[in-house]
Design a binder for this molecule. Structure first.
Ligand code: ZN
Length: 424
């Protein structure tokens, strides 16, 4: 428990238990019963947003739904109008989602504020909790729409993006009760915010493997994707002797193993071939071509790019030995979002003060921080999740870990200091 008699809403429940009950409740706001699918600007998103707004108000915050469909709650500091620490995460989900991805960070932040309010504590800065409406990119062919709006980097053309029913974000915003022309007003001024700090489930197995309830994120990974194309010579599977073959698929198989080996050779580098295709792809033809996808991520562009260069060298050498050719073409690139080192240190100190070894780890998955970093320094705290499973109904965390994460967050807020000066 955080302390006797606080943040338990008089029910004797711990903050962890309150949060778990609320996450169960939010999971019921879904497009289909028994399954959690809550897309941006859907009616279930509206119901969830209204419930989150009510929880914020109950925790002593002024709360409203902004023009992008975000729920924003504000808890003033020692005097009104101070710059704010932004906390939060997203309340949209993928299809057939788990209960914790996104929602945990929102509900836990509200609980941290409830705790401060119950203790009649005002900090030397304001706290704002944001329940972002759209992070996953599950309804419209865009992602991070609402955090980009807050960061002031949303391209107005994004509002014309259509869902599979032909409804644009602009129309969906109107149906939701928002005024799309007010979108620009959602953007924050840099001088009004101190930092953005997000609690999120790890969505990976590292903390569980190391028996740690929480970990401090150092960076959201830099990602790059490629299409690999191997060209050999097609031939008759019965007549071309083994020694004379230029089998593109066999070469690609060796290349996939090389990709795996390079990924394993560098800490925090991950490299994946997720799809492969043989050409012509017939039972009695030596494949003359092979195409595969390649996804490479690292905690910095430098680590990622060195990994890509290493993979390219390996692939060329395999191709040379097998007398085939290989071409890698770039299809997507996202730079790393580096968490501010001073925020990482302050989060790690809060973890340590709570008697937990401060494990630092990069995030391989994308988060709202990718957009928020254009506005202000970002930091993240990960919470252990069962089996590292996410984007799946089997997603699970424990009430004890939720409790620890909230305790660390409150402790971080109480000790927070802007680098080089007071918080305000
Ligand atoms: Zn998420």
């Amino acid at each position: 428990m955080i302390a006797p008699n606080d943040a338990t809403h008089g029910s004797g429940r711990t903050a962890g238990q309150v949060v778990m009950a609320r996450l169960d409740e939010l999971a019921r706001f879904s497009a289909e019963p028994g399954v959690l699918t809550r897309l941006y600007l859907s009616t279930e998103h509206k119901t969830a947003a209204l419930r989150v707004q009510a929880w914020m108000q109950e925790a002593g915050m002024d709360a409203e739904i902004d023009a992008a469909g975000n729920v924003v709650g504000r808890y003033e500091g020692q005097r009104p109008g101070l710059p704010a620490m932004l906390l939060g995460s997203h309340i949209d989900t993928v299809r057939n989602a788990g209960k914790y991805d996104g929602c945990f960070g929102v509900v836990a932040a509200i609980e941290a504020v409830a705790h401060l309010r119950q203790a009649r504590e005002r900090l030397p800065f304001a706290i704002e909790v944001i329940a972002f409406g759209e992070e996953e990119g599950a309804r419209f062919p865009v992602a991070l729409t609402t955090s980009r709006a807050v960061a002031g980097t949303l391209d107005a053309a994004a509002l014309d993006a259509l869902d599979t029913d032909g409804v644009s974000i602009r129309e969906a915003l109107q149906q939701f009760g928002c005024n799309p022309s007010g979108m620009a007003s959602v953007a924050r001024r840099r001088s009004d915010v101190l930092a953005y700090v997000e609690l999120h489930i790890e969505q990976g197995p590292v903390l569980e493997a190391e028996d740690l309830p929480v970990g401090v994120v150092t960076a959201i990974a830099a990602a790059a994707r490629f299409m690999g194309e191997v060209t050999g010579i097609a031939g008759h599977a019965g007549t071309v002797p083994m020694a004379l073959r230029r089998d593109a698929l066999a070469a690609a198989a060796e290349m996939i193993l090389a990709v795996e080996r390079v990924g394993r050779s560098t800490e925090h580098l991950v490299a994946t071939v997720g799809r492969i295709e043989a050409i012509p792809g017939a039972v009695n033809v030596v494949p003359g071509g092979a195409r595969f996808t390649l996804d490479v991520r690292g905690p910095s562009e430098a680590v990622r790019d060195a990994g890509v260069a290493h993979i390219e060298r390996e692939l060329k050498s395999i191709a040379g030995r097998r007398d085939v050719s290989v071409q890698l073409s770039h299809s997507y690139e996202e730079p790393a979002a580096i968490c501010a080192p001073w925020l990482v240190d302050q989060l790690a100190a809060a973890v340590e003060r709570n008697g937990i070894a401060p494990r630092r780890l990069p995030s391989g998955a994308g988060h709202d921080g990718l957009a928020m970093i254009s506005l202000c320094p970002i930091g993240m705290l990960f919470v252990r999740c069962a089996g590292g499973i996410s984007h799946n109904p089997a997603e699970a965390i424990t009430s004890e870990d939720a409790e620890i994460a909230i305790r660390v967050l409150i402790d971080f807020l109480r000790h927070f200091a802007s680098p080089g000066g007071s918080a305000d």
